[in-house]
Design a protein around this ligand. Structure first.
Ligand SMILES: Nc1ncnc2c1ncn2[C@@H]1O[C@H](COP(=O)(O)OP(=O)(O)OP(=O)(O)O)[C@@H](O)[C@H]1O
Length: 571
């Protein structure tokens, strides 16, 4: 529907004009002396939260009328109040967003135009999603720098309320409380459109594990989750909003309001011998990378800088780890994997036709509602709804067969292979250049590109592809490890020949040196390291993302931070 411009009365009784043109909402103040109009608001529709025309029966005044008092004569032909709520950028280059609310009055003669205008604004502001979401907001008061409560009160709630969201807020009271909530809450699917987590990655992991344990686990896991980054490790937000906007709370709140469904793979991890299952959405680490998280908790005040400290400390200790891994490999060819990721990024950037939305790497028709989301994900598996309501499949111990490859690190701690003898990785080499007996510094498996703002560890991840990306890092000199920090946020380490890179459907790991290393980490949480089996659960969970995808790093968009193509080094 085309909306005409709507004449209005502004707060100081001056004349104004509302206009919707070329993807922007403008509020103009008209002058009576022939001067050009003054632009009070000019907002891209992406940042518009709500337009609303007050009920005709009880008109409110323009400025200050939000106190609820009627403005003068309460008659049927009195002017009606129109509210416009949006996020505002300070200037075109600014990432900071502020909530702005404008109230105007519409005279009776323009009410029909104003109604059409409001409808057109809402349609343009929510082209592929449904407004007024019902939000379960979980707040971890102690995560990160401990400021979640005030951030939620001062920034998040005003924005969600301005968009007309219905919010149920729950503070987590103790460790694993979020998991309990997700496991036991009454989940009315038509009611909870999104679980928002004012926390770090830990609470997201807890929520996913709680949902996974429910008798209706399959369906429950697809409840969209949207992070509000108030923890110290907020990798999920880096992947959704980019390095610069990782901690942009207003942008994250906008994602709660308007984010599109992004189906993601999960990993199911069977811990042995206990036979306990956990699910992971982010990372699985053994070796040096485990130390990034553990032993640095007391440095929370540093924010995510504490992980750089953990890395340097790990390099200084320079241990190697003894283990046996079995991989169900789908790809090890670095050039082919980089090309596939770049092709997918290019496809993501192809403009959508009206009415289309992006669902991971597929384009789907129609708007997103809670039930539409279920369908979108279910369509991928073409399973019936009753089958889909049940628990997730049990994780039984995996039985690697002959097609799996076995990667074994050295048994002699002093032995290091001369790296100059590294065989080049060739297409079809399922070992990815690894030679059994090499010294292993760490392995790190991940399901989204960034594990922190400083490290794009898996730059060629294809979300929803049913694969987990695995880096196996040989022991290198301390100097080389420190040099690897440069460019790590852009995925430059990917081309390092001492980093073997695999795409896997599943893998198993056995600890061959239980004295040397006692724990490994899942999404930043520590677990005893004996043996564990990992299987990918394709598209098992859903995040919200403003563009329906993860952010594109420089690695896949073609250039590195030095402005050069991020390509394999020349021989
Ligand atoms: N009220 C509470 N008291 C103590 N621990 C809590 C409380 N609420 C949540 N937790 C725990 O806090 C941990 C950190 O969660 P969160 O995801 O917010 O942050 P993080 O970025 O992963 O870690 P960090 O605490 O370093 O910011 C989780 O293990 C969670 O169980």
């Amino acid at each position: 529907m085309l909306a005409t411009d709507v004449p209005v009365i502004l707060h100081n009784s001056t004349r104004g004009l509302l206009s919707l043109d070329d993807g922007r909402l403008d509020v103009l103040q008209l002058s009576s002396d022939g001067r050009p109009p003054k632009r009070l608001l000019s907002s891209p529709m992406r940042l518009v939260l709500r337009a609303r025309l007050a009920d005709g029966a009880s008109p409110n005044g323009a400025n200050g009328a939000s106190n609820g008092h009627a403005n003068g004569n309460n008659t049927a032909d009195a002017p009606r109040r129109l509210d416009l709520h949006a996020l505002r950028q300070k200037n075109a280059n600014s990432h900071a967003l502020h909530l702005t609310k404008i109230h105007v009055l519409v005279e009776q003669t323009h009410i029909a135009d104003a109604e059409a205008f409001v409808e057109a604004v809402m349609a343009a502001a929510y082209p592929v999603t449904t407004p007024f979401r019902k939000v379960l907001l979980l707040v971890n008061p102690v995560g990160g720098k401990g400021k979640a409560k005030s951030i939620v009160k001062e920034t998040v709630l005003p924005i969600l309320e301005a968009a007309g969201c219905l919010i149920e807020l729950q503070e987590t009271q103790y460790r694993n409380h979020a998991e309990e909530i997700a496991k036991t809450m009454e989940l009315k699917y038509e009611y909870v459109a999104v679980i928002a987590t004012a926390s770090g990655d830990g609470i997201i992991c807890e929520v996913l594990n709680g949902l996974a344990e429910r008798p209706d686990g399959k369906k429950a896991l697809r409840t969209p989750i949207a992070p509000l980054p108030t923890g110290s490790a907020c990798a999920c937000s880096t992947n959704l909003f980019g390095i610069q906007d990782t901690f942009n709370i207003a942008l994250a709140a906008l994602n709660v309001i308007k984010g599109q469904h992004l189906p993601i793979d999960l990993a199911s991890i069977l811990l042995l011998p206990e036979k306990k299952r956990r699910v992971s959405f982010l990372s699985i680490a053994v070796g040096m990378m485990v130390d990034l998280d553990f032993g640095t908790e007391h440095l929370r005040w540093m924010g995510d800088t504490r992980f750089i400290y953990g890395y340097v400390r790990g390099v200084v200790q320079s241990k190697n780890y003894k283990m046996r891994m079995r991989f169900d490999v789908t790809n090890t060819d670095k050039e082919a994997m980089a090309k596939a990721a770049r092709d997918a990024a290019r496809a993501d950037m192809t403009p959508l036709k009206p009415g289309e939305r992006r669902d991971s790497h597929a384009v789907v028709q129609g708007p997103q509602t809670a039930s539409a989301s279920s369908k979108a994900v279910v369509n991928g598996n073409s399973s019936s709804s009753s089958e889909d309501d049940g628990p997730i499949a049990p994780h039984v111990p995996l039985q690697p067969n002959d097609s799996w490859v076995t990667i074994e690190s050295n048994t002699d701690k002093r032995m290091r292979r001369d790296q100059s003898t590294s065989p080049p990785t060739t297409p079809g080499d399922k070992m990815g250049g690894w030679q059994n007996g090499d010294s292993l510094s760490y392995f790190y498996a991940g399901l989204m590109p960034w594990v922190s703002r400083d490290l794009n560890c898996w730059p060629v991840v294809l979300p929803g592809s049913g694969e987990i990306d695995m880096v196996v890092q040989r022991v290198i000199s301390r100097k080389e490890f420190i040099a690897a920090i440069d460019g790590a946020e852009h995925g430059d380490g990917y081309w390092n020949e001492n980093q073997c890179y695999y795409k896997l459907r599943a893998f198993t790991v056995e600890n061959l040196d239980k004295e040397g290393t006692k724990s490994f980490s899942l999404d930043g949480e520590q677990y005893p390291f004996n043996e564990f089996h990992v299987e990918v659960m394709p598209r098992a969970a859903t995040l919200l993302s403003l563009d329906g995808r993860f952010t594109h790093g420089l690695f896949v968009s073609g250039t590195n931070k030095k402005g050069k193509l991020n390509a394999p080094p020349k021989a």
